[in-house]
Each structure stands twice: as C-alpha cells, then as structure tokens.
Design a protein around this ligand. Sequence first.
Ligand SMILES: *Cc1c(COP(=O)(O)O)cnc(C)c1O
Length: 370
Amino acid sequence: MKSLDQLYDELQSANADSLGYPAAKDFDYAEIERFLNFPINNIGDPFAQGTYRVHTRECEREVVAFFAEATRAPQDDWWGYVTNGGTEGNLYGLYLARELHPDGIVYYSEATHYSVSKNLHFLGMRHIMIRAQENGEIDYDDLLETLKIHRDRPPIIFANIGTTMTEARDDIGRIVEMMDRLAIRERYIHSDAALVGGYAAYLDPRPAWDFADGADSVAISGHKFLGAPIPCGIVIARKHNVQRIARSIDYIGSLDTTITGSRSGFSPLMLWYRLQQLGEAGLRERLGRSLANAGYLVERLTAIGIPAWRNPNAITVVIPRADAAIQQRWQLATAGDISHVLVLPNVSREQIDTFVADVAKSRTEDACKA
Ligand SMILES: *Cc1c(COP(=O)(O)O)cnc(C)c1O
C-alpha cells in the first residue's frame, strides 16, 4: 500500500480533472470535521425517539423538511430520511410501491439507471421496460400501448427526472393524464431525481417531477448537485403510505421504517450544514452558473465542429463517444456511442476552455494518423 500522502496527492490530481460524473466539488466541510470524533448513528426512524442519544436526527428532520418543501409534498402527509444515496432512495420507493400494490407492474424506460433492474430483482417485482426517445425521455406512445394491455394490474411508474446519460426528464404530468384517461385509479409513481432533485424546484419552466405533479415518492442524491465527500441522499414519501408498512422494534425503541438498521448520522449533519451555508439563494445561484456554463460548453464544442447537445435546461452536455485518451484524462462516462460532461457549479469557463482545447487537439492528432 502506498503512503497516505501519496494517496492524497493522487486523489487531488484525479479530482481536479474529473468532468464526467455528477459529483459537485465546490464544498468545504472543515467546520464539521470534529463530529467525526463520535460514533454517531441515526438508527431507526428520524421522526421517532430512540434509546441511543448519539445521533443527529434533528438535522435529519430539517434536511427532509427542506426537500419536502422543494418537492411540494402535501402538508402534514410527508415522511422521509437521509439515505446512502439515490440507489437506496429508489429501492425504498419501489419497496413502498410493492407493499401497497403487491400485484403491480413496474414500468421504466430503457434509459433508467443501471441500479434499478437490480433493485427490481431484489424485490421480485414484475417489470416492463419501455422504449426511450432519442433524447433519453420515455416514449409516451410505447408506455400508453403497454399500459392498455395490462389494465388489470396497478401500474408502478418509475420516472426518470434526469436520466444518467442525457439528463432527460420524464413528464409525470403527462403520465398522470394518460392514466386518468385510461381510468387507472390504483397506481403509484416514483420520481428518480438523483441529480436534478437538487435543483428541479428552481428551474423555469419547472419540470413535472414532484408530489404536486403526482409523484408518490422522490429520491435525490446528496453528493451529486449539493456535493459531499460521502455518498448520501434523501428519500421522501407520502406519510400515510409509510405508516401502513411501519413496524415498531423494542430493541432500538424506534420504528423500523428505513432500509438499513444503522444509519449515518454524519451525512444528515453534512447535508444540513450544506443547506445552512447555501440556502435556496445559494442553490439558485449555483444552478444559474451551471446552466450558463453548460450552454457555453455546447457553443464552444459546436464551434470546433463537434455535434454537442443538451436537453432543455440541463447541465449535462452530450458528445459523440470521446476517444480513449479524452475519456481517461477527463474521466468521462461513456455508454454506447455517447459520452457526457457534467457542468456542475465547480466547473469554470477556464476549465471548459482547457477541455475544449484538449478535444480539438485529439481530433487533429486523429486526423493526422488517418
Ligand atoms: C446517480 C443516479 C442514481 C444512483 O444514485 P446514487 O446516489 O449513485 O446511488 C440513480 N438514478 C439516476 C438517474 C442517477 O443519475
């Protein structure tokens, strides 16, 4: 094993160049480092009392309340907790849906995050994959035709609010309308807003993604748009649904409503601190900067002949599959014939210029070799 100093230097340099994954880096948690001195554990339900007093449930409740407001959750009918990330939030939403509709069928598009099919496998839920459009959004015609065939089973819609590769947003309003027209009353909608949930509430126009639009649960990652050194997330659901599956456990003196037993108490503190520092104004400012810079990146790439594009109001810029050296240096996630760049708030114009110059250079080199 290398020395800690070597490891630190490696991480520092890798971190400086990474542009391809949705992890914001503009954070500073030095002020809360001292809390690492305690075995903090938020075991059990964040809204219940427990016997273990080394916890940060108060922070956790405030974090959940912040996102309950951002997702327009119904007054007095929401519940949630801080998860280990978007994947756990999605697992929770699907678990809840299964308990409420044991004979339901999950519909999700082919652009859905890879972790979801594993979740469906864990839960043993019947599922049908729906085609995606070119931009990554669900194919509404395919969804409609498929729903029509299975009208005897409650649909559980797994909506992508920002697909991983192209940040496409399925329109929950449109899906609700579709189910209304088919007179499908028994149904469930989960909103996977891993990245976009950090700012969807501040977009104009606002995407149809939240509780007021028809979602029954929403999962958001904390380490993506907000930024954190430890993966974390938030899940929110309608409280009356959660109450139907809650169980009281003597051993911890609390309710076993969460997926894992022991839960990080540091992550809720981190998210709470981050929200205190930024506030809604800070989130809006970071979003504005990211959107402007994403537009700038598309412009610059287009100017050198690269057909870059992005979905409306997206901070994800899609480019044709980057060559191996570019993928490696900038750590670009690549799937099939596309790669993407995540223009998070930490990405500066200067870094964009360096990246574009690097892409231009690699194209010239390729042309010379050919
Ligand atoms: C990142 C992502 C996930 C998984 O979230 P983690 O926080 O990495 O667990 C799920 N869905 C989408 C659309 C994502 O982009």
